[in-house]
Design a protein around this ligand. Structure first.
Ligand SMILES: Nc1ncnc2c1ncn2[C@@H]1O[C@H](COP(=O)(O)OP(=O)(O)OP(=O)(O)O)[C@@H](O)[C@H]1O
Length: 306
């Protein structure tokens, strides 16, 4: 059985449109054993995955995900370690689609064959607010999280998505949040070595280089079994922040003295006040978060012809 999970709200309705296009394809029509689920509310994709694992178990041959990074986040959180190997084909239809960039997906795959082979994709697990969850792309504390929070509620998101430039919402939110953002005091432990960071703008960790709709903010990141990759930006004047984010386009941000890139096995972030964090484009608040790499990869189909 092949299962399609479609988030009709992803990309402000783009996923729904893309799925209607997929339904016209011969590859889709000739896929005999298939079932389609539309998500009705946030977290629904996670519940659907648990239900189909229970219902189809060994008969499950593949998952097709039509949505954005938030949908993918829910899907991998619905998988248990026993079923991580079920091939996932991601059909990017969100606003940012960083996961698709992270796996270098240029063309989605509607079947598993010689050209469309699953690869191992390594993610992280994080513990915060008494929950243990999996993260697909990135986890960030501070400035980037507040930008994401602003972007997710921005009325302009719909407008940018309708023009096919959904990523622009992050740029608009960056400029907006920059005006009011107050740097945080955080304590960061990287592989057990703890530092106090006063005046910290952001601490972010990723499984691949891309962030905020395709910005290559972690140029040193590679998806692998052991390491996660991170960036710390601290003690930087406000005027320089905009310059820094523009320089990300050229990969020059790594030369700013206020920027530190690192790699780690484990990371812990602590704060004496609740701070905003974003994970795979969704936001919440926390005072403590522990992150480590998970040793069980998921299987993601990429198109070898690309
Ligand atoms: N029917 C629904 N109504 C409202 N929200 C939904 C529904 N189904 C899923 N969601 C929520 O929509 C959120 C956003 O989806 P997703 O991240 O896939 O799209 P996006 O935000 O447009 O893309 P991206 O994260 O790539 O920028 C998810 O976190 C999910 O919980």
């Amino acid at each position: 059985m092949f299962i399609f999970i479609v988030n009709p709200t992803a990309g402000e309705g783009r996923a729904k449109y893309i799925f209607s296009q997929i339904q016209q394809l011969e590859q889709y029509r000739t896929l005999l054993e298939k079932k389609v689920y539309f998500t009705d509310y946030p977290t629904h994709a996670e519940i659907i995955v648990r239900e189909i694992l229970h219902e189809y178990n060994k008969k499950l041959k593949g998952l097709f995900i039509v949505g954005g990074d938030g949908t993918m986040h829910e899907v991998i959180n619905g998988l248990d370690n026993v079923n991580n190997h079920i091939p996932i084909s991601f059909i990017p239809s969100g606003s940012g689609n960083d996961f698709a960039k992270g796996i270098n997906l240029k063309k989605h795959a509607l079947k598993v064959d010689a050209f469309n082979q699953p690869i191992d994709y390594w993610f992280c697990v994080y513990k915060t607010n008494n929950c243990i969850r999996k993260m697909v792309n990135s986890l960030g504390f501070g400035f980037d999280a507040e930008i994401t929070e602003n972007a997710n509620s921005a009325r302009s998101k719909k407008y940018f998505n309708s023009l096919g430039i959904g990523k622009m919402v992050y740029l608009a939110s960056l400029v907006k949040v920059l005006r009011t953002y107050k740097p945080k005091n955080m304590q960061v432990s990287i592989d057990g070595i703890t530092r106090k960071l006063n005046n910290c703008w952001m601490v972010s960790i990723g499984n691949h280089p891309y962030y905020g709709g395709g910005l290559k903010i972690l140029p040193h990141a590679k998806n692998n079994r052991n390491k996660m990759y991170g960036i710390i930006i601290h003690t930087i004047p406000k005027w320089k922040v905009l310059l820094l984010f523009i320089s990300v386009i050229f990969g020059w941000h790594r030369y700013f003295k206020e920027v530190e890139l690192f790699e780690a096995d484990t990371v812990e972030v602590l704060s004496d006040k609740y701070i905003c964090y974003q994970v795979d484009g969704q936001t919440d608040y926390t005072v403590n978060c522990k992150i480590k790499k998970d040793k069980n990869p998921i299987s993601v189909i990429i198109n070898k012809k690309q």
